[in-house]
Design a protein around this ligand. Structure first.
Ligand code: FAD
Ligand code: NAP
Length: 282
């Protein structure tokens, strides 16, 4: 008699969820170099608006060990501290170890997140002031996407000026969308007060493609053109507080300009008048 192999009807066992993984809930692409995504938030994660965390995907198999380890990179959290979900704004580096893969994530995929937020672009690192300047280039807008949706920003300051310098006009889309969305944000209008967004002065500029305003923000401030366009008084240490996030050369140039205007650099341990963080290494 031929004995038949029994057919198993039990469902395949689901792979166990690895620790520190979150599920992607939304992905939006803006250009061939930029995208944003949202994911679930770990129940225990507390962070201050403006901080960054390490996120990533499982790396390739190491041919020497035969093992896979997560490939992690620093990412500014673009969503505010009160949000139920986490948002990130990302570059796509075609041969970048992480973003060559991360740019292909889809809703339902899992990403790693180390639940240890840190960073200097936080309100706690600044002493009280009247006017806040957020200076960004490229993906350096991300921490300000968080801080622009943080009620404390509007409670602590009379005026918020956000500058964003990019090479091309379409690299400004993400930032512009965030700022536009504030007008309709029911929670913020309720918590901070109807029309709170009128405190914001948005100053987007491009350097390598025609747009409404061209030039590096550093040059536009040094020439006085930015003050004239915005209709504001020049930087002063009594009233102004600032946060900087861009490439290294930009950060250093702006730091020197703020120091020359009399502002001092702050830190979590020693709050002062401005803080700075790199948007990427090098
Ligand atoms: C504190 C901190 C916060 C960061 N926050 C963000 C963020 O919110 N969004 C984000 O996209 N990146 C952010 N980065 C950069 C991020 O950590 C990675 O470098 C980026 O995701 C690329 O990873 P990769 O492995 O593909 O390439 P990497 O090997 O890390 O980088 C390859 C090269 O790509 C360029 N590059 C890397 N990141 C950027 C960038 N953001 N913009 C333009 N050029 C870049 C650099 O020239 C770099 O040498 C942050 C970095 C730091 C230090
Ligand atoms: N953006 C792109 O279209 C593009 C395409 C392919 C590859 N890349 C590569 O990706 C990397 C990052 O490019 P990115 O465009 O995201 O960032 P980036 O090179 O840091 O430039 C972002 C913006 O910051 C400005 N900027 C740079 N240094 C400054 C300074 N010292 N003071 C004031 N403003 C300053 C740039 O103006 P300037 O234009 O005057 O420098 C640009 O408008 C670069 O290595 C680049 O070669 C970029």
């Amino acid at each position: 008699m031929n004995e038949q192999t029994p057919v198993t009807t039990a469902p395949a066992a689901k792979a166990p969820k690895l620790p520190n993984t979150e599920t992607v809930t939304e992905v939006k692409h803006y250009t061939d170099r930029l995208f944003s995504f949202k994911c679930t938030r770990p129940a225990s994660l507390r962070f201050r608006s403006g901080e960054f965390v390490m996120i990533g995907l499982m790396g390739d198999v190491n041919p020497k060990t035969g093992k896979q380890v997560p490939l992690l990179r620093a990412y500014s959290i673009a969503s505010p501290s009160w949000d139920e979900e986490m948002e990130f704004y990302s570059i796509k580096v075609q041969d970048g170890p992480l973003t060559s893969k991360l740019q292909h994530i889809k809703v339902g995929d899992e990403i790693f997140m180390k639940p240890k937020p840190v960073g200097t672009l936080v309100h706690d690192a600044l002493i009280p002031g009247k006017r806040m300047w957020f200076f960004a280039t490229g993906t350096g807008f991300a921490p300000f996407a968080s801080l622009l949706r943080e009620p404390q920003t509007f409670e602590d300051y009379d005026e918020i000026i956000i500058t964003h310098t990019c090479r091309q006009a379409d690299e400004l889309i993400y930032g512009r969308n965030i700022i536009e969305s504030l007008k309709e944000d029911e929670l913020l209008n309720e918590v901070i007060g109807e029309g709170f967004w009128k405190k914001i002065k948005y100053y987007p500029t491009t350097t390598r493609e025609e747009s409404a305003k061209m030039g590096r923000i550093t040059d536009l401030i040094n020439s006085g053109e930015a003050y004239k366009d915005l209709g504001v008084e020049p930087l002063c240490p009594q009233n102004d507080r600032a946060m900087i996030c861009g490439n290294l050369a930009f950060n250093l140039e702006l730091k020197a300009m703020l120091e020359a205007a009399g502002l001092e650099e702050g830190a979590n341990s020693k709050p002062a008048q401005y803080v700075v963080e790199k948007a990427f290494l090098d």
